[in-house]
Ligand binder design. Sequence first.
Ligand code: SMG
Ligand code: MG
Length: 368
Amino acid sequence: MKIDRVELVRVALPLVSPFRTSFGIETTRDALLVRVLTAEAEGWGECVAMTEPVYSSEYVDGCIDVIRRFFLPVLSAHDDLRASGVAPALAHLHGHRMAKAALEMAVLDAELRAAGRSFATELGGVRDRVACGVSVGIMDTIPELLDAVDGYLAEGYVRIKLKIEPGWDLAPVRAVRERYGDDLMLQVDANTAYTRADTALLGRLDEFGLLLIEQPLDEEDLHGHALLAAAVTTPICLDESVTSARSARDAIEMGACSVVNIKPGRVGGYLEAKEIHDVCVELEVPVWCGGMVETGLGRAANVALASLPGFTLPGDTSSSSRFFAQDITAPLSVDQDGHMTVPTGPGLGVDVLPDVLEDLLVSREWVG
Ligand code: SMG
Ligand code: MG
């Protein structure tokens, strides 16, 4: 394929309720979409960067700049570009994985739409439905948290993830365990909010039988995670620290984690995400699909990825309605039994609703 034109589309999706994590409170999803036009088909990608560099070093304005200034000129010069060629073509340009992932996703979508193949088929999916969990933000009070969890369980979610931070960890976990019992699949995510000095505190979570503790320490502190993993019984899962198949292998081999959260955006795209999956299957480490408050585009692709065989834990693959009153695609929804159907149509298998896009539009520009 040859890229004819690329449009960067920025939309603002109001969240149904504020989403608080250890790094901040989000009330709107500032989403950057990449639309690639080729002679054969149009493809859409979604960039998971946030407005500010608070989850990782990337941020939306930076992604727009690096795409426009450096990545597109390289890709547009290729007369026969395939999705598998995007990462190699950009490999000499360091970092910026979220920006690269968005471009690769759009090229892959165009390629698969042209070929009439779905993301799930292309990536190697083996399930037509995936089990879904939900990520629950930090709340002001325990009753407020329990109300939220009540609601999500009533919707069918099979696993609850509580966002934690110092001062909001043992008490919410204890309260949820007491209310719903030991059978509830429960895990926590600290988004790097703790340090090695918190080992004893994090060890007190052991009594609650959590599935995992996600990214308790700094993203660069792999050794610290290995020390922590040796000191506590709850499995340690890495999110922010895992940026490639190589870093996943290293983290696992040094004992820094025994579970991996795979987010395509964080690692440079769905093809690298599949590589990480393959490494984890080889090393017998369970994986699950993370979420970055994606629109229906990223959500559809994540569900496709989660249909691969190594995804043995429920993902943060919640319904569009978990975050948005109005998604930019037809809403993706979890069934009453907590599963989501994997899209089967060509490419992402979902389409942007032009009128909604127009309503939520912040800016759109042709960049190549
Ligand atoms: O999309 O369901 C979702 C969000 C899941 O908690 C979630 N994501 O660190 O795993 C994580 C966070 C990062 C995004 S917070 C705005
Ligand atoms: Mg996380």
